[in-house]
Ligand binder design. Structure first.
Ligand code: 13P
Ligand code: SF4
Length: 349
């Protein structure tokens, strides 16, 4: 069996958005609200995008959520247009589930290192080597990769789905995040082969520096997204999806939290738990490159300015090849049906 050699991932620099005066910001937000009405459009935003976008999504009847809830929310709307503020795989999932709706994104270049690190042709060749394995792919993949899968999962449902497959005696081929795959394998005891991809944001968290910060904050609970390396996951009081981490801040009694995920999540955490102290887990330390500094450069491509432009021009539009869509919808629907049956997932209000 051969391990795939991943393509080089080109990580863009964080975009620098011109600072807006409060008056300019209000005017831009009003313009966006008017476009949303005119286009019968709704905003579907991820917790990692800029706080102004999250606020606007909430104010206008859209949603701010993790990948699972973004997919569900989009499918429940009777809007003509879904405007996805997040990264491309989120826009593609929305389009796959809602072919009759127009799906817009502020910047079509908003990718993800997991998606870019798992090209469909290489992935298909990898799958061919394991014909007796169930293929489980993370949401952070292209439509073409999903088209080759049996199941799609997000971080909030990966464990129960793989546990379910394990109980049925299945072996699992997992892609593309090796850290999440390793975590799921360890927790469920499933026989798994892992695609060797990683998230450039979560891979930056440093375990030795985290140990040091934990010593300085003995009352803090450590919250870790499972895309982080095992040495960081091992120090967690709670490992979970973005929604599960937010829920922990509101429900655990600790006065302080050390948070190992994209810093965009702090907007929602502060909104729901203003009295809790939030500390960003360290990305600096031995071996640090700080390609991302705990903020996804692709999520940062979403801003008020290009959101207004995209609504005004009706572009960029997300398109998915109908033949790929026909196949890619199956693993997504399987996950949504499983979530419904088990009552998994909810948004943080
Ligand atoms: P969630 O599904 O937990 O929101 O994760 C999406 C993601 O891209 C994390 O990096
Ligand atoms: Fe992809 Fe990581 Fe960005 Fe999430 S944070 S979209 S996994 S690069």
């Amino acid at each position: 069996m051969t391990t795939p050699t991943l393509p080089h991932i080109s990580v863009p620099p964080h975009p620098v958005w011109p600072l807006l005066e409060p008056k300019q910001k209000r005017a831009l937000m009003d313009r966006i609200k008017a476009y949303l009405k005119r286009e019968k459009a709704v905003l579907v935003a991820h917790y990692y995008v800029d706080g102004d976008l999250q606020a606007l999504a909430e104010e206008t009847g859209g949603c701010v959520a993790d990948s699972l809830e973004m997919a569900r929310f989009g499918a429940e709307q009777d809007a003509d247009t879904l405007v996805v503020c997040g990264v491309r795989f989120m826009g593609e999932t929305a389009k796959i589930l809602n072919p009759e709706k127009r799906v817009l994104m502020p910047d079509i270049k908003a990718s993800c290192s997991l998606d870019d690190g798992c090209p469909a042709d290489l992935f298909s060749a990898f799958c061919d080597q394991y014909p007796d394995h169930r293929v489980v792919v993370y949401a952070n993949t292209s439509a073409a990769v999903k088209a080759r899968a049996d199941w799609m999962v997000t971080s909030s449902i990966a464990l129960p789905v793989v546990q379910h497959l394990h109980e049925q005696g299945e072996k699992v081929l997992w892609a593309p995040d090796k850290h999440l795959g390793h975590y799921v394998q360890k927790m469920t005891g499933t026989e798994m082969v892992l695609w060797p991809g990683a998230c450039v944001v979560h891979e930056e968290f440093k375990s030795v520096a985290l140990e040091r910060i934990r010593r300085l904050h003995p009352e803090a609970a450590v919250l870790v997204h499972p895309e982080s390396p095992d040495s960081v996951v091992q120090q967690a009081d709670l490992v979970g999806s973005t929604t599960q981490l937010i829920k922990a801040v509101t429900e655990l009694p600790n006065p302080e939290f050390i948070v190992a995920t994209d810093e965009g999540i702090f907007w929602k955490m502060r909104q729901l738990a203003p009295d809790k102290k939030l500390i960003a887990a360290p990305t600096a330390g031995e071996g640090a490159t700080c390609e991302s500094c705990a903020h996804c450069p692709w999520m940062a491509m979403n801003a008020l300015q290009n959101l207004a432009d995209c609504l005004e021009k009706g572009a960029p539009v997300i398109r998915v090849d109908p033949l790929i869509r026909e196949r890619a919808i199956l693993p997504i629907q399987r996950m949504l049906a499983f979530a419904r049956e088990r009552g998994i997932g909810s948004r943080q209000k």
